[in-house]
Design a protein around this ligand. Structure first.
Ligand code: NA7
Length: 536
């Protein structure tokens, strides 16, 4: 190593969301000098940025929080089965305070570049303000859905009213009373926003390009009795999350759709539709997302629910997806979402039939009409999975950029390491297990921390994934994704975002195997002494 090169830190972590906070804690326990760079003014990541009205969990609150500290579990009370964003943000602030994390976090510090120096075995991280920080290890904790994307409409800057992307919501409350409001986008975010804004807006116009299959959330307050039971059950709750396919409390029903009678099937669908959370999506018959006929059964069932809930049959038909089956895109969970369209002050516009052509100073123009608005809300989603990486100039060995490396699609080892990018570890990198995300975060942080302890104990300062290990994992991800109906549909889950150049076509963007299988693979790498990595 270059003797002239001094290390500012042992590790730099990018991002102070759930991954970054927990990673900081573990690195500090190892005696490392750590710096976390965070673009926002506070901790919380997703829960810091997404403060749009109605933002909340679709996973059960008590399955979502951190599990690593008994004391924290004891101390914190979730107030609802599916907690709203302000509560989650308070929770993450409590975590930061309780473990005294803030002293190592530098806020309002967006990382612009990270360059590997092979001779010194260090990462040089440059912030947007031009300051440069040198570290042995680089850990990206930059999220899966953290790079918001806006449409590329003409005249976007000309609008004289208020307009914002849901993930860049202002910190001051926005008053909708008496206002003419537009919401563009009907994904999980749009659905949550629409059902909330419709409560107070003077008039709401929803611009829907593609309808999604939504199902009821069935949220409610946690009673005192339930609170006591949850606390007592935490070990069982987290154990169950470890065992299920995607770390949710729900897991696929072992039966195939057509193994049961039509009556039994209907009764099961009814039960799922009436139950809280993701059960209808991830706790359905095991072939729901692989067998076309099975998928059609549940799709027809949900379509009929929409027809029952929406009074105007024309509007109901507009809200029923035609080109993709139930569950093949992320299922937005809702609370009286469909009933919003029965309100006299709400209008649904089909943006596929009559596309938005331009934003105007007073509203927007579609192919057949002009609309005036006071507020335009862009619920238009994210450059998912690789988008946050693409926004940083990351260069590995020989100046190779990560963008070049991934030009033909992401290639990783377990979603955590990349060949030619030594000492860089990704928490929630592409091709890692996702599902109930905090469960994956905790696992990945522990895995990276164990590797770093292994290196620390042996005086090793360089870790790089082998080409074979990367090829094996990438091949596995592709194989396991074949035959899944989800991968035949455009969505962020297949890497498609037409607001971003180069993201027009579908790829196998996600690992779609089970979380237990993922962990077994990761554990094997560790127990075999990290043979899949070059350590030096
Ligand atoms: P999504 O699910 O990607 O939804 C984005 C929505 O915005 C979707 O309805 C899009 O229609 C619509 N959109 C995007 N660009 C345009 C343009 N240019 N014109 C019209 N409509 C547009 O993002 P979310 O934030 O809702 O959810 C992301 C994840 O965050 C979610 O899955 C949760 O896990 C949390 P499209 O379907 O592309 O036709």
């Amino acid at each position: 190593a270059d003797p002239g090169q001094t290390l500012d830190y042992d590790a730099i972590v990018i991002g102070a969301g759930m991954s970054g906070l927990f990673q900081l804690l573990r690195l500090r326990e190892m005696g490392m000098k750590v710096r976390v760079f965070e673009a926002g003014t506070g901790v919380g990541g997703t829960w810091y940025w997404n403060r749009y009205p109605g933002a909340r969990f679709d996973s059960e609150s008590y399955s979502y929080g951190f599990s690593f500290s008994k004391e924290l579990l004891e101390e914190w009370n979730w107030s609802e089965h599916f907690a709203p964003q302000p509560e989650t943000l308070r929770y993450l602030n409590l975590v930061a305070d309780k473990f005294d994390l803030r002293r190592d976090i530098q806020f309002q510090s967006r990382v612009a570049a990270a360059h590997w120096d092979e001779a010194a075995r260090t990462w040089a991280v440059t912030l947007e303000d031009g300051s440069r920080h040198v570290s042995r290890f680089l850990i990206t904790a930059i999220g899966v859905l953290s790079a918001p994307t806006l449409p590329r409409f003409e005249g976007m800057d000309s609008f004289r009213g208020l307009s914002f992307h849901t993930a860049r919501w202002p910190h001051e409350p926005v008053d909708f009373a008496g206002k003419r409001v537009a919401v563009i986008g009907t994904g999980a975010t749009g659905v949550q926003t629409i059902q909330e804004v419709a409560k107070t807006a003077g008039h709401l116009t929803v611009f829907q390009r593609t309808p999604n299959w939504c199902a009821p959330l069935h949220n409610r307050k946690i009673t005192e009795e339930e609170q006591a039971r949850i606390k007592a059950d935490y070990p069982t709750i987290f154990q169950r999350c470890q065992e299920t396919f995607s770390c949710f409390l729900h897991t696929p029903d072992p039966r195939g759709t057509f193994e049961v009678s039509k009556e039994e099937r209907e009764a099961f669908y009814e039960e799922l539709y009436a139950s809280p959370g993701f059960g209808i999506w991830v706790g359905n018959f095991k072939d729901t997302l692989t067998d076309r006929a099975a998928n059609k059964e549940i799709s027809d069932f949900v379509a009929n629910k929409i027809r029952q809930r929406v009074k105007d049959p024309k509007v109901a038909e507009m809200l029923i997806p035609r080109n993709h089956g139930f569950g093949t895109r992320r299922v937005p969970l809702e609370t009286r979402y469909y009933e919003v369209y029965n309100q006299p002050n709400v209008l649904l516009v089909d943006s596929k039939a009559t596309p938005i052509q331009a934003i105007t100073p007073t509203g927007l123009r579609t192919s057949d009409a002009e609309y005036d608005f006071d507020i335009i809300i862009y619920a238009t989603g994210f450059d998912a999975l690789t988008g946050a990486f693409d926004r940083i100039d990351i260069r590995g060995e020989g100046g190779l950029t990560l963008r070049q490396k991934w030009a033909q699609g992401a290639q990783t080892m377990l979603g955590m390491l990349v060949e030619d990018f030594p000492n860089m570890f990704m928490l929630l990198g592409p091709h890692t297990a996702l599902g109930n995300i905090p469960r994956s975060i905790e696992y990945n942080v522990e895995w990276v921390s164990a590797l770093l302890r292994h290196m620390q104990a042996r005086g090793l300062t360089r870790a790089e994934a082998s080409a074979q290990a990367v090829a094996a994992w990438t091949k596995h991800v592709k194989q396991i994704g074949a035959g899944l109906l989800t991968n035949e549909v455009d969505s962020w889950m297949t890497g498609v975002n037409r607001n971003v150049e180069g993201k027009e076509t579908r790829v196998i963007a996600r690992y779609s195997g089970s979380a237990p299988d993922y962990r077994a693979w990761c554990d094997r790498v560790a127990t075999e002494g990290y043979r899949d990595l070059a350590l030096a």
